[in-house]
Write a protein that binds this ligand. Structure first.
Ligand code: GLY
Length: 331
C-alpha cells in the first residue's frame, strides 16, 4: 500500500526581491519506495532561496549533467546573493564582526569536501569541492582554508558588507552581554542545503551557510560537517538539514536520515523520526528549530521540521514549487 504525505503550497515566495506567484494548491508527494522511477532528474533545496538556486542546478540536470555540478552551481546562486543574511559573504558576522562561512559537498562516490570558518571568499562551496578533488583531506578551516583557497585562485572579497556592519554595530550595542537562541526562519540563520538526483540516477548534495548570526567566534555549525548538515549514499539516498546546528550535530542528523532510509523508512518517515530523536534528546525545545529534507534513489521526497515555517523548493521536469514542510508543532 502506498503511503502519501500531503504538503500545502505557500501562497507566494520572495526571491531576490521578486514576488513570485506560487500556485495555491495542494500537492501530493508520493513517498512510496516501490513507486516507479519516473521523476529523475530532480533537485530539492531548503527555503525560498532554493527556488532560484534550483533553476541554476536545473540547467545542469536538464542537459544530463552530473548531480555534483548541479548542486555546486545551484548553491553558488545563493552564495552570490548579497541580500541573504545567512549564506555567503552577505551573511551576518560573529560577535566580533567577522563573517565566517561553512560549507560542504558530497558526491555519488562518497567523496566529500568541507570548509569551515572561512573568511572573505565568495564561494565556500567551490573551495569545499576543490579540497575534495585536490587534497587527501576532507575539511580545512580558518586561515588554512583561506590560504588554500587563495592558492587555488579564489579571490579575497571584503566583508562584512557596509549595511551588515551597521546592523552588527547596533546589535552589539544592544546585546553585548546577552546570548540568545536565534529565531530560525527564512531570513535568519538558515542554510541552503541542496540534494539532487541526475538523469543517470546518481545523487550528490551541497550545503552552505554563514551560520548562527552573532555566534561566538570560532563556532562551526552542522553545515560543513559531513553526516550532520549533509549526507549522500548513492545506494540509498541523500539528506540535508537546516536549523540549529548544535542539535543537528548531536544526532548526526543527515546521516541518521539516510540510515533510516536504508532500514526501509520512506524519506518522509526518516525525516520525521530524525526530528523526533532531536525532540527526545532535549528537555527544552523553545526556539529549537530543525528541518530535514531527504531524497531517495527513486526520487521520492521527504521533509519535516520541529516547528512550522520550514519550506523547501523542488524542481523537476514538470514542476518548480515552494512547499511547506509538515512539522511537529507550532511556534
Ligand atoms: N544550520 C546552520 C548552522 O547551524 O550553522
Amino acid at each position: 500500500m502506498k503511503r502519501r504525505s500531503f504538503f500545502k503550497l505557500g501562497l507566494s515566495a520572495t526571491v531576490l526581491g521578486v514576488l513570485r506567484p506560487v500556485k495555491a494548491a495542494e500537492v501530493i508527494l508520493d513517498n512510496s519506495l516501490d513507486s516507479i522511477d519516473l521523476v529523475k532528474p530532480i533537485v530539492l533545496s531548503t527555503w525560498e532561496h532554493g527556488l532560484e538556486a534550483n533553476e541554476n542546478a536545473w540547467k545542469v540536470l536538464a542537459a544530463d549533467g552530473p548531480a555534483l555540478d548541479a548542486v555546486e552551481q545551484g548553491v553558488r546562486t545563493t552564495e552570490s546573493d548579497m541580500s541573504i543574511r545567512s549564506v555567503g559573504i552577505g551573511g551576518r558576522p560573529d560577535r566580533d564582526g567577522h563573517v565566517t562561512l561553512d560549507a560542504c559537498i558530497m558526491d555519488q562516490n562518497s567523496k566529500c569536501g568541507a570548509v569551515g570558518y572561512l573568511e572573505g571568499i565568495k564561494h565556500p562551496i567551490s573551495v569545499a569541492r576543490t579540497i575534495m578533488e585536490n587534497t587527501p583531506h576532507v575539511m580545512l578551516v580558518g586561515q588554512g582554508a583561506k590560504d588554500f583557497a587563495l592558492g587555488y585562485g579564489f579571490k579575497h572579497v571584503k566583508s562584512p558588507l557596509k549595511e551588515v556592519k551597521s546592523e552588527w554595530k547596533v546589535w552589539k550595542k544592544e546585546n553585548k552581554d546577552k546570548f540568545e537562541k536565534p529565531e530560525i526562519n527564512h531570513e535568519n540563520h538558515d542554510t541552503i542545503g541542496m540534494i539532487a538526483l541526475d538523469s543517470k540516477g546518481n545523487l550528490s548534495g551541497a550545503c552552505t551557510t554563514s551560520g548562527w548570526g552573532y555566534k561566538l567566534p570560532g563556532r562551526i555549525g552542522d553545515s560543513p560537517i559531513i553526516g550532520a548538515g549533509l549526507f549522500v549514499d548513492n545506494e540509498i539516498g541523500a539528506a540535508t538539514a537546516t536549523g540549529l546546528g548544535e542539535a543537528i550535530i548531536r544526532i548526526a542528523g543527515s546521516h541518521t536520515v539516510v540510515e533510516l532510509m536504508r532500514q526501509g523508512r520512506t524519506p518522509q518517515q526518516a525525516c520525521e523520526e530524525a526530528v523526533q530523536r532531536i525532540i527526545d534528546k532535549h528537555d527544552n525545545m523553545e526556539g529549537l528549530q530543525v528541518g530535514f529534507l531527504a531524497l531517495d534513489k527513486k526520487g521520492n521526497v521527504g521533509a519535516y521540521s520541529v516547528f512550522n515555517g520550514f519550506n523547501f523548493a523542488v524542481k523537476s521536469k514538470d514542476r518548480s514549487e515552494l512547499i511547506d514542510a509538515s512539522f511537529d508543532r507550532n511556534w
